[in-house]
Every structure is written in C-alpha cells, then in structure tokens.
Design a protein. Structure first.
Length: 132
C-alpha cells in the first residue's frame, strides 16, 4: 500500500506541474475567458495557490496511509506547524505591509515546503514500519 500511495502521489504531482505551467503562462486570459473579464485577475491568485492545492491533495492521500498504520499524530504535528507558519506569515505581512500577492506567495511557498517535508517524513515512517 505504501508503494501504491507513492506512485499515486508521483502521478498527481506529475499532472499538476504541467497544469501549473499552463496556468502560469495563461492564467489571467483563461480566467477572463471562462468567468468573464472582471475575473481575469483571479488567474494571478490561482497561479500562486495552485502548487499549494497540489501538495494539499498529495498530503490528503498520505493521511489515509497514516491512519492505517496508527500514526495520525504526524498529521497533527504537520497541521500545527502549518497553522503557525500561516500566522507568522500574516504577522510579517502586517508588519512589513506586504501586498496581497506577496502575502499569498509567502504563505503558499512556506506551506508547500512544510507539506513536502511532511509527505517525505510520512513516507519514510511508513516504509520503516512496513519493513519491521
């Protein structure tokens, strides 16, 4: 089950990266075309948050695996670190007067890093417990 989960995560990220590249290149025109001219700027926000959405999806796949092996506390720790990171980012954004896009970018990057580390740590734990 660990190997299958890793393959699904790899496939998910493998599909997400090209999708993000298209969104990065054409996000504003796509949103303007699909939702109307007033929604064009939302494409910029989608570009910033799309990597976070892909990592969150992969993280949710790992959660089920952690439940199966009885290590849900790993997910709790990751979420507590994530909430602390978001709080720190909002505090920094307020203190330094960052704009919307700067704040969202900082939150997205920090969250992606935290979730990626959590996914790698979770997979390592699962492999270690699977071998013992």
């Amino acid at each position: 089950i660990v190997r299958a989960t890793v393959m699904v995560i790899g496939g998910t990220l493998g599909l997400a990266v090209p999708g993000w590249l298209v969104l990065y290149a054409f996000g504003t025109p796509i949103f303007a075309l699909v939702f109307g001219a007033n929604w064009g700027p939302a494409g910029e926000v989608a570009v910033i948050l799309a990597p976070l959405a892909a990592f969150q999806l992969c993280g949710n796949l790992i959660t089920r695996l952690l439940i199966e092996i009885g290590r849900q506390e790993v997910r709790l720790i990751a979420y507590l670190i994530l909430v602390a990171s978001i709080s720190i980012n909002f505090s920094l954004a307020y203190y330094f007067q960052w704009g919307l896009f700067g704040t969202l970018t900082a939150i997205s990057v920090a969250s992606c890093i935290i979730i990626a580390v959590w996914i790698i740590a979770s997979i390592t734990i699962c492999y270690t417990l699977n071998k013992s």
